[in-house]
Design a protein around this ligand. Structure first.
Ligand code: FE2
Ligand code: FE2
Length: 256
């Protein structure tokens, strides 16, 4: 059995609130006896892309006893993300941040779906070529989880659907060529959701910092679109069974 803990949208800023919710989630994971094969944070890691925000994340999230991988969201800044979280000073600091974890019996490919200066998502050609190469070098029968920030399909939440991942036909074409893709893992919606894309599950982690209100939970006031302290920070656990099936569980975490 392989278990990937999946959190998203921690939006760490200078506030005690965002830090307390993120810390509670990481302390919960670190307090468990189980050793997760990976913990992923699918974007909107730093709320303003500031160096001080990433330094806090490095200290309180990447310091976990589990292997942690993060990818950028629309609130992140590629250059600062790369420098502070990955310790890299590349020649092209604005290039997409793509990372792979080759585990025992699974592969996790985290793609950068952010578009500098925009809220919507898009996988650059460079990212798709990178993903295709990682898929090609994966042994047949090894499941690959493809993660990114922006869902490539509508979720039925208009303000999220308007800034989802676009250009998704190119990703669907990659998925058709690679049956080893087991699921797409994403965030951005700030609510737990499950849908499908290219005949694969799309598993959306809930938000740590807040929860989006679903259309039928909103009053009609345009400001009434989010739950803040009324909802606890939450995360997903993806379980890959020995027979290849996938189960996702969702869990809320108390903030003390
Ligand atoms: Fe977010
Ligand atoms: Fe986002």
């Amino acid at each position: 059995m392989i278990v990937i803990a999946h959190l998203s949208d921690v939006h760490v800023d200078a506030s005690a609130r965002s830090r307390a919710r993120t810390k509670a989630t990481m302390e919960f994971l670190d307090s468990l006896a189980y050793d997760f094969e990976a913990v992923i944070v699918t974007g909107d890691v730093a709320d303003h892309g500031l160096e001080s925000e990433y330094e806090w994340i490095r200290e309180h999230v990447l310091s976990s006893r589990h292997p942690v991988l993060t990818c950028p969201g629309n609130h992140d800044r590629r250059d600062v993300f790369r420098r502070v979280l990955l310790g890299e000073e590349p020649a092209a600091p604005e290039a997409p941040v793509n990372q792979v974890l080759r585990g025992d019996g699974f592969v996790l490919a985290l793609c950068d779906s952010s578009v500098p200066g925009k809220d919507e998502g898009f996988l650059e050609e460079e990212t798709l070529a990178w993903l295709e190469k990682e898929l090609a070098r994966t042994a047949e029968g090894t499941p690959v989880f493809v993660g990114f920030h922006h869902p490539p399909a509508e979720l039925g939440i208009p303000f999220v659907d308007g800034i989802r991942q676009f250009g998704e036909d190119r990703l669907a074409a990659v998925a058709r060529r690679h049956p080893s893709i087991a699921a797409f893992l994403c965030g951005h919606a700030h609510t737990a959701a499950v849908t499908s894309f290219a005949e694969r599950p799309v598993l959306v982690a809930p938000g740590v910092v807040s929860m989006s209100k679903l259309p039928w939970e909103q009053s009609g006031d345009p400001q009434d679109y989010v739950y803040k302290d009324e909802m606890a920070p939450s995360l997903a656990f993806h379980v890959l069974h020995d027979d290849g099936r996938l189960t996702t569980h969702f869990r809320s975490v108390p903030v003390r």
